[in-house]
Structures are given as structure tokens and as C-alpha cells.
Design a protein around this ligand. Structure first.
Ligand code: PXG
Length: 285
């Protein structure tokens, strides 16, 4: 199946959907993106994703040459022409083609790209048995250097952490910040459960404000599970009763081992399983 890709208002066959080698998104990672899911033909949390895209763009002084409603309509249109009901949407905004120099003023118009495709899911087994992760030595970007709140096209920080994790046999890796506090994984936010309370690092620990994280916080509150956004250390992870990750691709996935230590009794916990079910209902019903 050759999907169509939307670029600056036009649909191209995948093979012809190209950008310039002078694009500063390629040359410098100068741009922002979003990863979004659609379930049964409905885009999950479109508003939250577009808001985050606009905030990311604003943070790097990149003006998106469309309105949010216009871009939302383009996403819907691209899904429709490709006949995608349950899929993955990648929205990319680059600084555009420029000269061989950092100066973004030498770039032409931003490139706005909408790719819609099948989603590659983690195996079901991992949701039933839980994931093993490790803490890697690559620390999360210092927020004063490049804020992790910006979903920028420069993902090297996360990729280096991912490589460390993969070399240790783990598909996700936990990153600490410059203070040694828990931040997030390479493409997922982290939650702990201790004494029936849900704990997760606050945004100012230096994390991406995940859309799935936001949804899970809402679900927990609605379920009467107390929630605290507090700075966490590895010690908190090691003594947690339960641990899970949240992300657009992973949704809600249990973690049963961190740094070779079993979390709780080493099995996905009851609050994790409850939230997985609630998230499933939220997205599919
Ligand atoms: N932290 C980071 C660093 C991320 O990149 C999340 C947390 C979770 O955020 P959401 O909004 O998705 O709940 C992300 C999101 C991919 C891919 O292609 C990565 C993400 C999302 C979708 C796809 O690897 N990361």
C-alpha cells in the first residue's frame, strides 16, 4: 500500500514525498514534531497534540503557516485518503530549506508534513508480563540548554539513551536529570505506584508533557486514585509497588524490572492493570 503524504497543502505519493537536502530540519534538527494515534477513525486528543506542537514551535520561534483547525482538517483528510482507521500520524514542521549556516532567517518557508501510516505495536506479551528497563548513564537534556518540553527534531539525547538500553537488552531506558532525579524514558513517561498512590515526575524535572501522561492523570483522578507529581529518585523506583510507562505508541505498559531489580512482586500490579483497562476504554469506546 503506497500511502499519500501531505506536504504544505498537497498530497504526494510516498515515493515522491521529499524535502530538500538544504532543509534545516535535516541539516540542524531545526524543527518540531508530533506523534499521534487514531482509533477507529478518530484522532486521539487532537487538540492536546496540536497545542503541544504550537508550543514547541513557539519555543523555537518557528511560525507554523497554518491555523490549528486547518492542520487538523489536513490530518483528517490524509487519514481518509489513505483509508486509515487505526494508525499513526506523524506531523513534522521544519524550518525549511536554507543556506549552509545556522541562521534560520536564511530559510524559506517552513515545511509542514503529515505522514499517516500503520502503527508498530509492542508485542501483546509485554502488556501481560511487563517490561524490563534499565537506567542509562545518558542524562536527559538540561532544561536550560534544550527544554525536554520541546518535541524537537533533535532527538539525539533520546537516541543515545535508547542505544544504551538496547545494548543492555532493554527496549526502553530510563533517564535521570542533571540532579539525579528520574525524568522519563526515551519515548515514554514513567509512573510509580506506592501505597495506593500514583507518583510521576513533575514537568520541571525536565520531561515531555506527554499527552498519554495527561490522559492517565485524568483517568486516575476519576478513579479516585490519589496522584502526586513529585521529584523522584531511583530509590523511589526500586521501592515502588508498581511501575508503568505511558506514550502514544506504548499506551500504558507495565514495567516489572528496573536495573535487574524486580518492582513490587515482579508482576504487573492491580492499579497498572486497572489503568490499562481504563485507557483502553477511553481510546476504543
Ligand atoms: N517522552 C518523550 C521523550 C517522548 O518522545 C513521550 C514522553 C510520551 O508522550 P505522548 O504525548 O506520546 O504520550 C514521548 C512521545 C516514536 C514515537 O516514533 C515517540 C513518541 C510518541 C510517538 C511515537 O518513537 N514519543
Amino acid at each position: 500500500m503506497s500511502f499519500k503524504v501531505w506536504i504544505n497543502g498537497k498530497l504526494f505519493d510516498k515515493a515522491n514525498a521529499t524535502v530538500s537536502v538544504y532543509d534545516h530540519g535535516l541539516l540542524y534538527g531545526d524543527g518540531v514534531f508530533e506523534g499521534i494515534r487514531s482509533y477507529g477513525g478518530r484522532v486521539f486528543r487532537m487538540k492536546e497534540h496540536l497545542d503541544r506542537l504550537w508550543y514547541s514551535a513557539k519555543a523555537i520561534l518557528l511560525e507554523i503557516p497554518y491555523g490549528k483547525e486547518e492542520l487538523a482538517a489536513s490530518i483528517e483528510e490524509t487519514l481518509k485518503v489513505n483509508g486509515i482507521e487505526d494508525g499513526y500520524i506523524r506531523v513534522v514542521v521544519t524550518r525549511g530549506a536554507g543556506s549552509l549556516g545556522l541562521d534560520p532567517n536564511h530559510c524559506s518557508d517552513p515545511m509542514v508534513i503529515v505522514i499517516t501510516d500503520a502503527i508498530s505495536l509492542y508485542p501483546d506479551k509485554l502488556y501481560e508480563e511487563g517490561l524490563e528497563i534499565i537506567t542509562v548513564s545518558t542524562i536527559r537534556n538540561h532544561p536550560a540548554a534544550l527544554s525536554p518540553r520541546i518535541k524537537s527534531l533533535n532527538y539525539l539525547n533520546n537516541i543515545l539513551a535508547k542505544i544504551e538500553g538496547l545494548k543492555a537488552g532493554c527496549i526502553e531506558a530510563l533517564m535521570l536529570n542533571h540532579k539525579g532525579e528520574v525524568t522519563e524514558c526515551t519515548g515514554d513517561n514513567i509512573f510509580l505506584v506506592r501505597d495506593g498512590r500514583l507518583l510521576t515526575p513533575p514537568v520541571d524535572a525536565g520531561i515531555l508533557e506527554g499527552v498519554t501522561r495527561g490522559a492517565v492523570l485524568e483517568l486516575a483522578e476519576a478513579a479516585g486514585i490519589p496522584v502526586r507529581e513529585v521529584p523522584l529518585t531511583r530509590h523511589d523506583v526500586y521501592i515502588a509497588d508498581e511501575c508503568f510507562l505511558t506514550g502514544t505508541a506504548a499506551e500504558v505498559i507495565p514495567v516489572v524490572k528496573v536495573d535487574s531489580r524486580p518492582i513490587g512482586d515482579g508482576l504487573p500490579g492491580p492499579i497498572t492493570r486497572d489503568l490499562i483497562e481504563r485507557f483502553h476504554k477511553l481510546t476504543r469506546e
